[in-house]
Design a protein around this ligand. Structure first.
Ligand SMILES: Nc1nc2c(ncn2[C@@H]2O[C@H](COP(=O)(O)OP(=O)(O)OP(=O)(O)O)[C@@H](O)[C@H]2O)c(=O)[nH]1
Ligand SMILES: [Mg+2]
Length: 217
């Protein structure tokens, strides 16, 4: 049926897609966003790291979330509902060098505002390119996630771009740079399907768990 990489091979699919709906974009901090009724998981990372591609692989569609040829173009948060059960939020990429200096910090209010006002947010998937060391902006993003206490999954993207042997070494280096255990990072490739089911299972767990109860005040 599906000709996409990572299609069913005999093991049960941890995330069977029955329905998908684009809910709309949030363009500004405090601007319109879909009502926070369903559990939500967001995807963050540098421009061009592969967020939209990963989302497409996750939901097994070729062009659901847009894949950009012009990195840094997506400036809104795009919301999708999956199986009417949970929401995925594709955050704008940060750190694209070829936009005006004056605009390079624009990502922060929108993303920070989103993180602080998403009552049903269960977790953020932070994407890091296997070939690059985490940047200062990646560290800023991680600090925001630590400070807000939002559970974080790390995906190492584009692992097809390096040799099989190099994946473990690069994953270890990236893990060390961000203070994670290497085995907690999920190697991911939209080309050969690596990581799709691991990520799908991890997201399934996040959205199934009962939300952390906030202490009053
Ligand atoms: N080889 C390979 N290329 C990939 C992979 N994932 C994404 N790409 C390519 O990387 C480029 C950027 O991918 P996008 O999914 O648009 O990245 P993004 O993070 O959504 O970018 P912005 O929306 O601009 O922030 C595209 O040319 C993709 O085809 C992967 O796993 N392997
Ligand atoms: Mg994108």
């Amino acid at each position: 049926m599906s000709d996409l990489p990572g299609a069913p091979t005999g093991t049960p699919d941890p995330l069977v897609i029955r329905s998908l709906e684009f809910l709309g974009p949030q363009a500004t901090a405090g601007g319109w966003r879909p009502e926070s009724t369903l559990p939500e998981v967001a995807f963050a990372g540098r421009s061009n790291v592969g967020k939209s591609s990963l989302l497409n692989a996750l939901v097994r569609r070729k062009a659901f979330a847009r894949v950009s040829r012009t990195p840094g173009r997506t400036r809104e948060i795009n919301f999708f509902s999956v199986n009417g059960a949970f929401v995925l939020a594709d955050l704008p990429g940060y750190g694209y060098a070829r936009i005006a200096k004056s605009r390079q910090a624009e990502w922060r209010p929108l993303i920070e505002g989103y993180l602080r006002h998403a009552p049903t947010l269960r977790g953020v998937v932070l994407l890091l390119d296997v070939r690059r060391d985490p940047t200062d902006e990646d560290q800023v993003m991680l600090e925001l996630l630590t400070e807000t206490g939002i559970p974080t999954l790390i995906c190492v993207t584009k692992v097809d771009k390096v040799g099989r042997g190099e994946v473990a070494a690069r994953t270890a280096a990236i893990a060390q740079a961000i203070g994670f255990a290497p085995e907690d990072l999920i190697p991911f490739s939209t080309v050969d399907g690596r990581g799709r089911d691991d990520l799908a299972a991890a997201i399934g767990q996040l959205v199934a768990e009962s939300p952390a109860v906030d202490a009053p005040g």
